[in-house]
Design a protein around this ligand. Structure first.
Ligand code: NAP
Length: 514
C-alpha cells in the first residue's frame, strides 16, 4: 500500500525539522529530507537532524546537480555524507543509480546491515524512453540492492502510457517500484502509481514548496484521494475504477461507487478524472496501461469515447453513447447503463411501457437513452426539442416506426395526451431556469413524469406533477439505477443498498425510495 512522502527542502536544519513536523501533521507517512538544499551540510548537521527527527520516518537524499539536485561538492565527500546518513539511522536513504555499481553495492550492503532501506533512483530529464528501456532501468536499480525509483520527463501526454505500462510489466521483478513522469503532462502517472504497487507517492508540503514539476501538494493530494479512503488503501492488487468527464465538480459517482466497494469488502478504488475533450484519448491510454478495470463516462465524452474502445454492446451501439467501460480479457468494452437505469426507474414504480404513449423533451445524449429504452419496451415515442433538427437527427439514428418528431409549441397538447413524460433537458437543474419544461396544467392523473434532472431532487416539474395528481419520478432514481448496473457489470455483484442510502443521506441528494 502506498505511503505519502513529502520532500522537505529548507536551507536550515531548524527549518527542516519544523517543515517535517508540519508534513506529519498534514498526513504524511514519511518525509524526504533534501539535504542538498541545506546551506551547510556536514557530518555533524546530518547527525543532529537524525537525532532531532528520530520520531519522524525519513528518507535522506543528497541530490547532486547532475541529477537535478543542489549539491555542488565533489562525489567522494557526497558519498561519505550518504554513508554518514546510513550510520545515523535514517529509515531510508536515496542513492542514485549513476553512483556506479561498485560503490552503490557497497552502500546498499551497508544500509542492509544497518536496517536502513535503500532507494536506488534514476532521473532522465531529457525524455521518456521506450517501455523496454524503462523496465531495464528498474531492473538495474533492483540489482543494485534497492527499492527502484525512476522519473522521466514527459514531453507528450502519450509518454504516460509507456511509463505506466512499464511499471505494470516490472511489478513482479521490482516490487514497490516508484515510476513517475515529470512535468505537468505527467501528473496522471503520479495519481495512478499506487495501483501499480508504488511504495510511495510524493507530494509537496504546500504549493510553494513542490520539488518536481507536476507534483501535487499534500493538501490537494489528500483532498483528491479522500473519496477513495487515501492512497494508503491502494496497492498493486487494488482494482482501478473511475469516472471520466469535464467538468466533474459535483459528480456523486465516486462517493457512491467507493461506498459500494467498501460495503462488499472489495479491494477496489474509484477516482474522478477531470478530462478536457482534447485529452480523452491520452488519458484513456494511460488508464488502460495502468490496468483500468472499469469506468463511467459522462459529459462531454459519451460519444467521443466510442472510437477509443475495443467493442460496444448492443445498447451502447444503439444509443450511440457509452457511459460505462468494462475491461474483459484485456479489452475495453463500452456499455450504456443509462438505458437500464431509465427503464428500471419507470418499471420500478409500476409504470407499464408496452403500448404507452411517451413524450420525450430534449434530444441530447440522455434523450437518446430514454428513447432507446422506450422503443425497446414497445412504447410509442414523440420527441420535441428546442432545435427541431436535432430531434430529427435522433429519430433518424434510432429509427423504428414508433417514433415521431413534433413541434415544441405543441408541447402542452402533446403532454395532455401522453401516459409518460420524460424531461431530458437541464431545465429545472441548479444553474438553469427554475421552471417546468412543459405547461403544468398539461400534466394529469394517471400520467408518469420522470425528470432526469437530479440536482435538485425536487424540481419544478416534479412539484407540478404532484399537484396535478401525476406520478413523479425523480432523476436520482435513474442515476442510482445506472450506477447499480455499472457496478454489476464490473463486479458481477448486486450493489449494496445500504451503501447507496448512506451516500445519499450524507449528500444534498435524497430520494423517496430511500
Ligand atoms: P445534452 O446532450 O447536452 O442535451 C441537452 C438537451 O437539453 C438538448 O436537447 C438541448 O436542446 C436541451 N436544452 C438545453 N438547455 C435548454 C434550455 N434552456 N431550454 C430547453 N432545452 C434545453 O445533455 P444530456 O446528457 O442529454 O443531459 C440532459 C439532462 O439530463 C441534464 O440535466 C443531465 O444532468 C440529465 N441526466 C440525468 C441522468 C440521470 O441519471 N438522472 C443521466 C443523464 C443525464 P438543444 O438541442 O436545442 O440545444
Amino acid at each position: 500500500m502506498a505511503l505519502v512522502c513529502v520532500p522537505i527542502r529548507e536551507r536550515t536544519a531548524g527549518g527542516m525539522v519544523r517543515a517535517a513536523r508540519a508534513a506529519r501533521r498534514r498526513g504524511a507517512d514519511l518525509v524526504e529530507l533534501r539535504l542538498d538544499y541545506l546551506a551547510r551540510c556536514g557530518p555533524k548537521d546530518i547527525e543532529s537532524l537524525a537525532e532531532r527527527l528520530r520520531s519522524v520516518p525519513a528518507v535522506a537524499t543528497l541530490r547532486p546537480e547532475r541529477e537535478g539536485g543542489r549539491y555542488r561538492g565533489g562525489e567522494r565527500p557526497r558519498l561519505d555524507l550518504l554513508e554518514r546518513a546510513i550510520r545515523c539511522g535514517f529509515e531510508h536513504v536515496d542513492l542514485e543509480l549513476s553512483i556506479g555499481r561498485r560503490e552503490l553495492c557497497r552502500l546498499t550492503g551497508l544500509a542492509r546491515r544497518r536496517g536502513v532501506r535503500a532507494i536506488v533512483s534514476h532521473h532522465d530529464f531529457r525524455r521518456t524512453p521506450p517501455v523496454a528501456g524503462i523496465v531495464q532501468r528498474l531492473r538495474q536499480c533492483v540489482r543494485a540492492g534497492g527499492l527502484a525509483k525512476a522519473a522521466f520527463t514527459v514531453l507528450r501526454p502519450g509518454d504516460c502510457a509507456r511509463i505506466l505500462g512499464a511499471a505494470r510489466r516490472a511489478r513482479g521483478r521490482a516490487p514497490g517500484a516508484i515510476v513517475v513522469g515529470m512535468g505537468p503532462a505527467g501528473t496522471i502517472t503520479r495519481t495512478l502509481s499506487p495501483f501499480l504497487g508504488a511504495a510511495f507517492v510524493y507530494a509537496g508540503l504546500d504549493r510553494r514548496r513542490l520539488t518536481a514539476p507536476g507534483q501535487p501538494d499534500i493538501g490537494a493530494l489528500m483532498e483528491y484521494w479522500k473519496v477513495a479512503g487515501g492512497p494508503g488503501r491502494v496497492g498493486a492488487s487494488t482494482g482501478l475504477y473511475g469516472i471520466l468527464g469535464h467538468p466533474l465538480g459535483h459528480s456523486l459517482s465516486p462517493a457512491l461507487q467507493n461506498a459500494a466497494f467498501r460495503g462488499l469488502g472489495l479491494d477496489a478504488a474509484y477516482l474522478p478524472f477531470d478530462v478536457p475533450p482534447r485529452a480523452l484519448a491520452d488519458t484513456l491510454g494511460a488508464l488502460r496501461a495502468a490496468g483500468l478495470r472499469g469506468a463511467n463516462v459522462t459529459i462531454p465524452h459519451k460519444t467521443a469515447v466510442m472510437e477509443l474502445l475495443d467493442s460496444l454492446d448492443g445498447a451502447a451501439a444503439g444509443v450511440g453513447a457509452v457511459n460505462t467501460i468494462v475491461r474483459s480479457n484485456g479489452r475495453l468494452c463500452g456499455y450504456n447503463t443509462d438505458v437500464a437505469g431509465f427503464v428500471g426507474a419507470l418499471e420500478g414504480r409500476g409504470v407499464v411501457l408496452r403500448g404507452a404513449r411517451a413524450l420525450v423533451v430534449g434530444a441530447g445524449g440522455a434523450a437518446r437513452a430514454a428513447v432507446h429504452g422506450l422503443l425497446m419496451r414497445g412504447a410509442a415515442v414523440t420527441v420535441v426539442n428546442r432545435h427541431r433538427r436535432r430531434a430529427e437527427g435522433l429519430a433518424g439514428r434510432l429509427g423504428g416506426t414508433g417514433i415521431t418528431v413534433a413541434n415544441l409549441r405543441d408541447i402542452g397538447e402533446l403532454a395532455g395526451r401522453s401516459d409518460i413524460l420524460v424531461n431530458c433537458t437541464p431545465v429545472g437543474m441548479r444553474g438553469f431556469p427554475a421552471e417546468s419544461p412543459v405547461p403544468p396544467r398539461s400534466l394529469h392523473r394517471g400520467m408518469a413524469v420522470l425528470d432526469m434532472v437530479y440536482n435538485p431532487v425536487r424540481t419544478p416539474l416534479l412539484g407540478a406533477a404532484r399537484r396535478r395528481g401525476a406520478l413523479g419520478i425523480p432523476g436520482v432514481e435513474m442515476f442510482l439505477g445506472q450506477a447499480e448496473e455499472s457496478f454489476r457489470l464490473w463486479t458481477g455483484k448486486r450493489f449494496p443498498d445500504a451503501a447507496a442510502r448512506a451516500v445519499l443521506c450524507n449528500s444534498r441528494f435524497s430520494t423517496s425510495r430511500h
